[in-house]
Write a protein that binds this ligand. Structure first.
Ligand code: ADP
Ligand code: MG
Length: 538
């Protein structure tokens, strides 16, 4: 027997579990069942795709409780783990950004939202147990299995387990009941039944307690929306997303005819911490006729909508489909186009039906969505229609449609200025004449704004125009007198003095209080973009 230490981050997370920062402890069972269900999916898939020899005729999950001994056992006959896998998967937290999140968690004690982003998973067992054992054997391996045990402190033990069956058994030694738990006990059968029904009813394998099957096993996406409760959708969302909060919006789709598929999509209510990290998990789950095929299928949804979670169940794909084939599959491409259309139109409807929800959506995901303006020229219109931007007119963001509506008589173009922050943009000398004459200017401060504005020529027939570039023609202001005197000598003097730095020195109407400002040619890059490129070392 070997005694090993948990990796530092794992230890920290365990600490939080032991001190139970979740008010709702029931979720430990959901996490165990979720892992068991994943393990059963993996075994079925290994047999199907890799030809692993395994008996998959009775894939199931079993729950056993012993009120006297105060133990609760969850067993599956799924893929199991090797000893190395146990050490790697249970002894460490491999997820990126964990350290950073743990730091934040310590600051904000009661924060289920934050911790939800971990998918705390297996460690949540230590909220209700003071000792946990896990016995497992990997399918397709000879010899012994592995036994793991821990009390949730700094260490765990690991040893060979001679006659472990294929699959995984997790046993919880429940903590003594305290006042909080006065009303129930996790060793009570009825309590277990209730939790399974509430959190895990949709799990597609039977969850048994004795002779009884506790869950209905109905695939949620296959059921008519009117027959599924909000709560059921939310639980399913948690199962696939590991997000603790409820989704912002639920989208169901069903296509019949030559190519059949069903989709159940969720728009989260807040951005994951790794939305802008390259190695973050993204993509949808792919099923073929109710059989789980793969997680994180990026082919089903474009990058700029990477925050969308959900399931696509396609009827006519081969069960053996690989990621490589997916990339070229015509049907997958068609599904993807339809999903994009549906997501964008759902957001557009939200703008009208629930402006507050829409505002949340845009605040959380707008930065990602704008990447679509570069990635999908065909979708400029629907993306611009759901976009909103900060503006010199008030503190609330505006849509382009609302901007166009407010345009002054004679104004032909949509004015914007990019920069690093609102105050920097507002105080830019470029802004002066526009402000003075009461023209509204969009304030664009996301890095991606520098790039998409170059790729998108117009909205609703109105050109998008950076006020930092070229000689933006402000519609004539009759009130304004011509500058007095002859500036010729001054201009040529400055032109000679600054020969190395600028192309030309000219007289301008665009300033009111500043003496001078820098502008670029219409086809030059904007100063901010120039700065960005420089920062990137180009
Ligand atoms: P997550 O499920 O989000 O990956 P968990 O903490 O729940 O995180 O589980 C960690 C990993 O341990 C899983 O990804 C899986 O590889 C492995 N694991 C956990 N439970 C089981 C099980 N019952 N059978 C096989 N592997 C499991
Ligand atoms: Mg899990």
């Amino acid at each position: 027997m070997e005694t090993l230490e948990f990796q530092a981050e794992a230890r920290q997370l365990l600490q939080l579990m032991v001190h139970s920062i979740y008010s709702n402890k029931d979720i430990f069972l959901r996490e165990l069942i979720s892992n068991a269900s994943d393990a059963l999916d993996k075994l079925r898939l290994a047999k199907l795709q890799d030809g692993l020899e395994a008996d998959t005729s009775d894939l199931h999950i079993e729950i056993e409780s012993d009120a006297e001994a105060r133990t609760l056992t969850v067993r599956d006959n799924g893929i199991g783990m090797t000893r190395e896998e146990v050490v790697e998967l249970i002894g460490t937290i491999a997820k990126s950004g964990t350290a950073e999140l743990l730091g934040k968690l310590k600051e904000a004690k009661e924060s289920p939202e934050l911790i939800g982003q971990f998918g705390v998973g297996f460690y949540s067992t230590f909220m209700v147990a003071d000792k946990v054992t896990l016995v497992t054997r990997k399918a397709g391996t000879e010899g012994h299995g592995t036994r793991w045990e821990s009390e949730g402190a700094g260490t765990y033990t690991i040893e060979d387990a001679e006659d472990a069956p294929v699959g995984t058994t997790v046993t919880l030694y429940l903590r003594p009941k305290d006042e909080d738990d006065a009303l129930f006990d996790y060793a009570d059968e009825w309590k277990i039944k209730e939790i399974v029904k509430r959190y895990s009813d949709f799990i597609s394998f039977p969850i048994r307690a004795g002779d009884e099957v506790l869950n209905s096993q109905k695939a949620l996406w296959a059921r008519p929306r009117s027959e599924v409760t909000e709560e059921e959708y939310h639980q399913f969302y948690r199962h696939i997303s590991h997000d603790w909060s409820d989704p912002l919006e639920i989208i169901t789709m069903k296509a019949e005819g030559t190519f059949e598929y069903e989709a159940l999509l969720f728009i989260p209510s807040r951005a994951p911490h790794d939305l802008f990290q390259r190695d973050a998990r993204r993509g949808l789950q792919l099923y073929v006729k109710r059989v789980f095929i793969m997680d994180d299928s990026k082919e089903l949804i474009p990058d700029y909508l990477r925050f969308v979670k959900g399931v696509v169940d396609a009827a006519d794909l081969s069960l053996n489909i690989s990621r490589e084939i997916l990339q070229q599959d015509r049907h997958i491409q068609m599904i993807r186009r339809r999903l994009v259309k549906k997501v964008l139109s759902t957001i557009k409807e939200l703008m009208g039906s629930d402006p507050e929800k829409y505002a949340t959506f845009w605040r959380e995901f707008g930065r990602a969505v704008k990447e679509g303006l570069l990635a999908e020229p065909d979708n400029h219109k629907p993306i611009l229609e759901i976009a909103s931007f900060a503006t010199t007119e008030g503190t609330e963001p505006t849509t382009l449609a609302a901007y166009v509506e407010r345009m002054k008589d004679g104004q032909e173009e949509i004015y914007y200025l990019t920069g690093e922050s609102r105050s920097q943009v507002e105080n830019s000398p470029h802004m002066e004449a526009f402000q003075a004459q009461g023209y509204e200017v969009l304030i664009l401060t996301d890095p991606v704004d520098e790039i998409w504005t170059d790729a998108v020529p117009e909205f609703d027939g109105k050109k998008l125009r950076s006020i930092a570039r070229g000689s933006v023609d402000l519609p004539k202001d009759e009130e304004k007198p011509e500058p007095e005197g002859d500036f010729g000598p001054l201009l040529s003097f400055l032109g000679t003095k600054l020969e190395e730095q600028v192309k030309e020195v000219r007289l301008s109407h665009r300033l009111t209080t500043s003496a001078a400002c820098l502008v670029s040619d219409s086809d030059d890059i904007t100063p901010a973009l120039e700065k960005m490129y420089r920062a990137m070392g180009q």
